[in-house]
Design a protein around this ligand. Sequence first.
Ligand SMILES: *Cc1c(COP(=O)(O)O)cnc(C)c1O
Length: 351
Amino acid sequence: MSDWRDNIRKTEPYVPGEQPQEGNIIKLNTNENPYPPAPAVAKLAAGIDTDRLRLYPDPDVRLLSAELARYHGVRDEQVFVGVGSDDVLAMSFLTFFNSDVPILFPDITYSFYIVWAGLFGIPCRMPAVKEDYSIDINDYMQENGGIVIANPNAPTSLYEPVENIEKIVKANQGSVVIIDEAYIDFGGESALKLIDTYDNILIVRTFSKSRSMAGMRIGYAIGNEELICALKGVKLSYNSYTMNMPSIILGTESVKDEAYFKATTDKIIKTRERITGELRDVGFKVLDSHTNFLFISHKDVPALKIFEELKKQKIYVRYFNKPRLDNYLRVTVGTDEEMDEFMKVLRDIIM
Ligand SMILES: *Cc1c(COP(=O)(O)O)cnc(C)c1O
């Protein structure tokens, strides 16, 4: 007798940070933005014509794709929009990583990559990051079925100069190189400028961090038209109407307000730099962050202890129980008030 259990697809799901439902917490554990989305988004949200919810949304998400194309100075055909960059990245793995040769990504990086590789049966190899947690670009000069690099990287917060990204893209023109730029708006130069020179680079971005819209689920990819066309083909072979109508119109509105976007990202960068200094003053090692979070380790007090003590006082940060990460904490940069409270509680803990 056959057993249906033998035919279940085996998965090792990604473990996201906690989303506590209790009130009165300081939430610094999933890199959300502490500031609201652009004011025009709230205004438009209040006026959404619910009669339009009767209709299917535009499967090609043309309104938002066109606005993003304008913002980035590319053609509409070079933009692919999805339900958060997780959706865009998953679709990209499915579309481009279809070789028997292993794909490459660093051993310390966004932990969803290995989950998708497992789910889609993609062989992978994970070169170790260096002692200082930066990637070694020479590791990406070997034969591969594709490459994915988060730049800046998570959870290390480190940025790899775009010149080095170009070396990787240039040396691997036989495979697709995905650059996950979830945090690029908080520092560093984008690899976007490479898309006209190389047809094998795909840039992936999200509205979840710098645009304060994690709850809306919007992500996108930019690249050569042929790459985008292939992505659309796979997406439309899977589910046509993934992006809902409110996300399309509210996402579009967010892109229009460049001044607000710049003001909030600048504010986060300023807070980040101030808190980096304060943490170093009290004995923390803090990696040089180009993101909206800090990757920190104390010289005396174990990370796990700090994590648990903070949680008792309703301050949530992220702890990873993995080799080389288990004495570090990843702390999202919140508002100045939140970070001052965090520092106050933290100083008591490490005393
Ligand atoms: C947050 C994050 C994502 C996912 O973002 P969503 O758009 O919310 O799905 C992707 N990659 C990295 C490196 C991230 O940190």
